[in-house]
Design a protein around this ligand. Structure first.
Ligand code: FAD
Ligand code: UDP
Length: 372
C-alpha cells in the first residue's frame, strides 16, 4: 500500500518548518511530528503579559543573505531590533562586541590608532603566530585585558572547559571593530519577527498535518510506514541508538521571573556577566526585543531569564554541540551511517551536530530540499 504522506518530518523546529514549507510548495504532502507539546523547536516564543518570551534562550535573527531575509519576511514582518549586549564585569559595564566603546571603557583610548597600539603591545608578549585554541585566538585579536575581563570567565562558564581546550573559531563569531559601533553582528539584515518566532513557524507549516507530543522513537515503525521519505532533525546519535557512544552537548537552564510593576529592569535585552564567579552567564529581559521608546513603560511588567550553562546529561535539552576534536570524530562516524540511509535525510543543528545559526539552518534547508 502506498504511504499516506510523501514526507514525515521529525521536528517542528526551523529546519523542519522550512523544509515543510518548501516541499509543500512543490506539491508534496507532509506530516510533521514533535516530541514537545509545541511547534518551533528552540526558537519557540510564548506570549506572557503581552511579552513574547524566548523560552529556549534569546534568538536574534541576522543574515547577509537577501534571499533568506526576503524568505522570512514573506511570512511575518521583522522589527528593527539591533543586538547590542552589555557586559557586566565585577560591577563595571562594557559595550559589546569589542569596539571603540569597549576599548575606551577598558583603557581610556579615544582613537582607533591608540586602540590598535594597545592591542599590539599586549599581543607582543605572547608571540602567537597561529592561534591554536580560543585563548590564543582571543589574545591575538583583542589583547590580554579584554580577554581576562570579558572572555575568559564567560567562556569557561558557557562551555565548562578552559579556553585553552576550546577551538579558536568560537570566538571568531564576535566582531572586533575600530569604530564606535555596538551592533553585535556584521550582517546586513537583522531583526525579530513581529509577534514572536512562533508566529513565523505557524505560517511556514500552515496546511501541514502536525502531531505534537509524539516521540518518533516511541512508534518508529508505524511512523516510518506513514511516509515515502523522512526528514529527521533530532539528535543523530539517538537515531543510531548511541551505537558509537553519546555525543556531548552543552545545555542551558533558564530561571525565568515575572517582575510585576517593574517596567524596565536592566535597560537592555541582554546583559552578560563575564566574571567566573557569577553563576549565570547572562540575563535576558525579553520585552526589549520588541518594545522600544514609550512602549516599554506602557507595558507595566517585565520578564527576565537568567541563563545557567551546564554539561548535558541524558534527559536534558541538547542545545550546543561541542565541536571539539573528540566529538567531531564521533560525529564523523555517525555521519557515515547517515549517508548510507536512503529513506532518511538528516538536517539541522542536532542531526548535523553543527553550531548553526538560524539563517544557516534556512540556507541548509534550501540546499537539502533542492537536492531532493
Ligand atoms: P531545533 O530547534 O532543536 O528543532 C528540533 C526539533 O526536533 C525540536 O522541536 C525537538 O523537540 C524535535 N525532536 C527531536 N527529537 C525528536 C524525536 N525523537 N521525536 C520528535 N521530535 C523530536 N541562532 C541565531 O541565528 N540567533 C540567535 O540569537 C540564536 N540564539 C540561540 C540561543 C540558544 C540558547 C540556542 C541553543 C541556539 C541559538 N541559536 C541562535 C540557534 C538556533 O536555535 C538554531 O539555529 C535553530 O533553532 C535550529 O533549528 P533546528 O530545527 O535545527 O533544531
Ligand atoms: N563570548 C565571551 N564573552 C561574551 C560573549 C561571548 O567570551 O560576553 C564568547 C563565548 O565563548 C561564546 C562566544 O564568544 O561562546 C560566541 O558568542 P555568541 O554570543 O555568538 O554565542 P551564542 O550564545 O550566540 O552561541
Amino acid at each position: 500500500m502506498k504511504p499516506k504522506y510523501d514526507f514525515l518530518i521529525v521536528g517542528t523546529g526551523l529546519f523542519g518548518a522550512v523544509s515543510a514549507y518548501l516541499l509543500r510548495q512543490k506539491g508534496y504532502s507532509i506530516c510533521l511530528i514533535d516530541k514537545r507539546e509545541h511547534i518551533g523547536g528552540n526558537i519557540y516564543t510564548e506570549k506572557v503579559r503581552g511579552i513574547n518570551v524566548h523560552k529556549y534562550g534569546a534568538h536574534i535573527f541576522h543574515t547577509s543573505n537577501k534571499q533568506v531575509w526576503q524568505f522570512v519576511n514573506s511570512f511575518v514582518e521583522f522589527n528593527r531590533y539591533t543586538n547590542s549586549p552589555v557586559a557586566n564585569y565585577k560591577g563595571k559595564l562594557y559595550n559589546l562586541p569589542f569596539n571603540m566603546n569597549t576599548f575606551y571603557q577598558m583603557w581610556g583610548v579615544k582613537t582607533p590608532a591608540e586602540a590598535m597600539a594597545k592591542i599590539e603591545e599586549q599581543k607582543k608578549e605572547y608571540h602567537i603566530d597561529h592561534p591554536q585554541n580560543l585563548e590564543e585566538q582571543a589574545i591575538s585579536l583583542i589583547g590580554k585585558d579584554i580577554y581576562e575581563a570579558l572572555i575568559k570567565g564567560y567562556t569557561q562558564k558557557q562551555w565548562g572547559r578552559k579556553c585553552t581546550e576550546l577551538p579558536a573559531f568560537i570566538i571568531k563569531r564576535l566582531p572586533v571593530r575600530f569604530t564606535f559601533d555596538n551592533n553585535y553582528f556584521n550582517d546586513k539584515y537583522q531583526g525579530i519577527p513581529e509577534g514572536g518566532y512562533t508566529a513565523l513557524i505557524e505560517k511556514m507549516i500552515e496546511g501541514c498535518e502536525v502531531r505534537l507530543g509524539v516521540d518518533y522513537f516511541d512508534q518508529k515503525e508505524a511512523l516510518d510506514a506513514l511516509a515515502e521519505r523522512i526528514i529527521y532533525t533530532g539528535e543523530i546519535d539517538r537515531y543510531f541508538n548511541y551505537q558509537y557512544g553519546h555525543l556531548q552537548y552543552r545545555t542551558v537552564s533558564f530561571e525565568t521571573e515575572l517582575l510585576e510593576g517593574v517596567d524596565n529592569y536592566q535597560g537592555n535585552a541582554v546583559v552578560n556577566y563575564t566574571d567566573a564567579e557569577t553563576p549565570y552567564t547572562r540575563i535576558i529581559e525579553h520585552k526589549h526585543f520588541e518594545m522600544f521608546g514609550s512602549a516599554i513603560a506602557e507595558c507595566p511588567d517585565t520578564i527576565i531569564s537568567r541563563e545557567y550553562s551546564k554539561e548535558w546529561q541524558p534527559g536534558d535539552e541538547p542545545y550546543y554541540p561541542v565541536n571539539d576534536d573528540k566529538n567531531s570524530a564521533l560525529y564523523a562516524q555517525y555521519k557515515a551511517l547517515a549517508d548510507s540511509q536512503t529513506k532518511v535525510i538528516f538536517g539541522g543543528r542536532l542531526a548535523e551536530y553543527k553550531y548553526y545559526d538560524m539563517h544557516k539552518v534556512i540556507e541548509r534547508a534550501f540546499e537539502v530540499v533542492e537536492q531532493l
